[in-house]
Design a protein around this ligand. Structure first.
Ligand code: P6P
Length: 333
């Protein structure tokens, strides 16, 4: 494949499909640069005293890792000056971040989980950054929380970075899913996979089995059938993977198929799931659908859910279409 950098790709997409205004191209370049900086920061690990916990908690009541805070600041500083955003929102901040008055504002809202899976950071397992881009409603100059609360189907683009053996940037602009690998010598992201597609069938499932006794019946039935393998109604054996970094698990599924599940469970009945809809489930669902997969909350398409609060959680079943449709049908019986 001819070596195409992220910049060239975005310019070509702009010319070919008119799907990228220059502000959106700037946004993606800036986010990619921030992910490069995050990759470098986490790559230092114990050498730079960035491991372990910060002396703070986030809105979820989770102890923040130093790198959660560092990654969040990298994304804020990278994006606040460019004039492409009306505001930002992050898993690590209770409320939306207004663009400082000294900078111009743009038409996009950027939401992100700056460092997803950060509980894996201290044990050197792959983690990632997830981001989602929405349009700011017309005429709104000072966006408030409710201006962010749009169904995932309204996303303009979405992407994630995986900080693993290589640093990858995977994104969709609504016309396919493409992957870029960070060339550390040049410091640029290079297109390495165009039009990623998820195989509709799979033999691999991804779930935290320790929660089994808390699941709803349709989920228990679906998993028990997978575990029964050849001897059960599915008539074939399945394999299991659980990295406990959503970005790593989802990227494996984008690459070779599978189904990722984080169901709601009975431990906290009023909590619809663990993962957050605005900056985890929505961007990942957009990407998965663009790669030919499916994503539901067990009962409806995640991208159709109307969020009620910025840090709302949702149950997630996403990946190979035939498996997501099956487990969803069990919920609807
Ligand atoms: P558990 C990471 O903390 C995260 O938000 C996702 O990245 C991951 O899929 C999930 O939680 C792991 O949850 O319950 O297995 O630790």
């Amino acid at each position: 494949m001819r070596r195409v950098t992220l910049t060239q790709f975005l310019i070509e997409e702009q010319r070919k499909k008119q799907i990228i205004q220059s502000d959106l191209r700037l946004l993606l370049e800036v986010v990619a640069r921030a992910c490069k900086a995050i990759s470098i920061a986490i790559g230092k690990g114990g050498l730079a005293d960035v491991l372990g916990s910060a002396a703070s908690e986030n809105v979820q009541g989770e102890v923040q890792k130093k790198l959660d805070v560092i990654s969040n600041e990298i994304l804020l500083e990278a994006n606040e000056w460019g004039g492409h955003l009306a505001a930002m929102a992050s898993e690590e901040m209770d409320h939306p971040y207004a663009i400082p008055h000294r900078y111009p504002k743009g038409e996009y809202l950027l939401l992100f989980d700056p460092l997803d899976g950060s509980s894996n950071i201290d044990v050197n397992v792959s983690v990632g950054t997830i981001f989602s881009v929405l349009r700011c409603p017309e005429g709104i100059v000072q966006p408030e929380e409710h201006h962010f609360l749009q169904p995932g189907a309204r996303q303009v683009c979405a992407g994630y970075a995986v900080y693993g053996p290589t640093t990858l940037l995977v994104l969709t602009l609504g016309s396919g899913v493409h992957a870029f690998t960070l060339d550390r010598e040049f410091g640029s992201f290079v297109l390495t996979q165009r039009d990623l597609t998820i195989p509709p069938e799979t033999k691999e499932f991804s779930i935290n089995m320790s929660n089994m006794r808390h699941w709803e019946p349709p989920v228990k039935r679906y998993i028990e059938e997978l575990l029964a393998g050849k001897t059960g109604p599915r008539g074939k054996d399945f394999n299991m993977r659980w990295v406990a970094s959503m970005v790593a698990d989802v990227h494996r599924i984008i690459t070779r198929g599978g189904i990722f599940m984080y169901p709601r469970d009975a431990r906290e009945p009023d909590k619809p799931g663990k993962l957050r809809i605005m900056y985890e489930a929505n961007p990942m669902s957009f990407i998965v659908e663009q790669a030919g997969g499916a994503a539901t909350n067990g009962r409806q398409r995640i991208l159709d859910v109307q969020p009620q609060t910025l840090h709302e959680r949702v149950a997630v079943f996403l990946g190979s279409r035939s498996e997501v449709e099956r487990v969803t049908s069990y919920h609807l019986e």
